[in-house]
Ligand binder design. Structure first.
Ligand SMILES: *[C@@H]1O[C@H](CO)[C@@H](O)[C@H](O)[C@H]1NC(C)=O
Ligand SMILES: *[C@@H]1O[C@H](CO)[C@@H](O)[C@H](O)[C@H]1NC(C)=O
Ligand SMILES: *[C@@H]1O[C@H](CO)[C@@H](O)[C@H](O)[C@H]1NC(C)=O
Length: 340
């Protein structure tokens, strides 16, 4: 199930992560094991398992290290008066210093001739754990009527875009993707897979599983989340085909269990506040209104408004944590059969 190259990568990535944390002087804290917290057990029992693409060079990454490796900038100028060091415990202080215009800008630059190693993240070990990297955040929203939405956020330091007609589009620093499982009285009902500007919903029953845990496939480079292995054309948002102009590739490369290295929170829709399931999980970063990577690089060749390097994304609070349906918006079709 593993390609030849991925066998040596976990070790290498661990060494690289250790090197970087000692260089930046910000040791990575090992978060408390989720299963020992008060998070509803069904949220973990039914959590998705993610197949990363076999030759994806951009693996899940430590959320806190993104902050350590970047400088907050507005219009390509360093934000004045920012706290130092910025961490996941004080990141929302940037809201008063530029708010949504703040870009966590890579120190090396998105167009660095040699990409820094931290763009590559950490390959999960044989247990599926990203050692030394807290690469996931689980956010639970209780509707108060027996319905509970569990969001499983996946973080990657770098998104490699798609090649379209021989040209590369949409590379960006920072990448947030998610699944959301809607539970009704503790029983999984439906699951959302985020894909670029949109995504797909399936009934829990329809999904491929490992035991009782639904399977997700992460697109090579883009990390869009799919329910089946193979090719996924996403030229038209919400409509997927096996082939076309803009295609994501998925396969059973390396299995990732995001729950093994994650922070977890409950979300109160009335107050818009996050409550950590353990006091060791940082909260401030969830209220950061800025972007998790470099701004769109100026002076690039553009085709239909698209260019090689695009802007970094905003964080989990902007992914519609308060939803009526399992889909974030629009007509919600919950598929009962698997497809691309
Ligand atoms: C997958 O992404 C890697 C870079 O991370 C690239 O070299 C490779 O060609 C891609 N594979 C496919 C099938 O697109
Ligand atoms: C900062 O951004 C948030 C999120 O978009 C917005 O709700 C808020 O009104 C903004 N604050 C100011 C002072 O512009
Ligand atoms: C990266 O882009 C910036 C802004 O366009 C430019 O000034 C710089 O020379 C570029 N660096 C490389 C290595 O291409």
């Amino acid at each position: 199930m593993r390609s030849g190259i991925s066998i040596s990568l976990p070790f290498l990535s661990t060494v690289v992560a250790a090197l970087f944390s000692s260089v930046t002087g910000s040791p990575i804290k090992v978060p408390r094991d989720l299963s020992t917290t008060s998070i509803p057990s069904y949220v973990l029992d039914y959590a998705p398992l993610v197949w990363l693409y076999s030759d994806d060079e951009y693996r899940p990454s430590d959320i806190g290290q993104q902050v350590a490796h970047t400088i907050p900038e507005v219009n390509w100028k360093e934000v004045e008066g920012a706290l130092s060091p910025l961490t996941l415990d004080n990141l929302d202080s940037l809201n008063d210093l530029g708010n949504t215009s703040v870009y966590l800008t890579s120190k090396e630059g998105i167009n660095a001739t040699i990409q820094p190693a931290w763009f590559n993240g950490v390959t999960p070990d044989d247990q599926g754990k990203t050692n030394g990297a807290v690469s996931s955040a689980i956010i639970v929203r209780d509707h108060g009527d027996g319905t509970v939405d569990a969001f499983y956020f996946y973080f990657y330091a770098y998104n490699r875009g798609n090649v379209v007609l021989g040209m590369m589009f949409g590379d960006h620093v920072g990448d947030w993707e998610h699944n959301m499982i809607r539970f009704v009285n503790g029983v999984p009902d439906a699951i959302w897979y985020s894909q670029h500007s949109d995504g797909e919903a399936f009934s829990y029953t329809a999904t491929e599983k490992n035991g009782q845990r639904p399977i997700a496939y992460s697109g090579n480079g883009t990390h869009a989340v799919y329910a089946i292995s193979g090719n996924h054309d996403h030229t038209i948002p919400g409509l997927n085909f096996n082939n076309g102009l803009i295609v994501d590739h998925t396969d059973q490369g390396v299995l990732w269990d995001p729950t093994l290295s994650a922070y977890a929170y409950s979300y109160n829709a009335d107050t818009a506040q996050f409550q950590p399931y353990d006091a060791s999980y940082p909260v401030s970063w969830l209220q950061f209104n800025g972007q998790w990577g470099d701004d769109k690089l100026p002076g690039q060749k553009e085709i239909f408004g698209q260019s090689k390097y695009s802007a970094g994304p905003n964080g989990p609070k902007f992914k519609k944590l308060v939803r009526k349906d399992v889909c974030p918006s629009g007509l919600c079709i919950v598929r009962t059969d698997l497809g691309p």
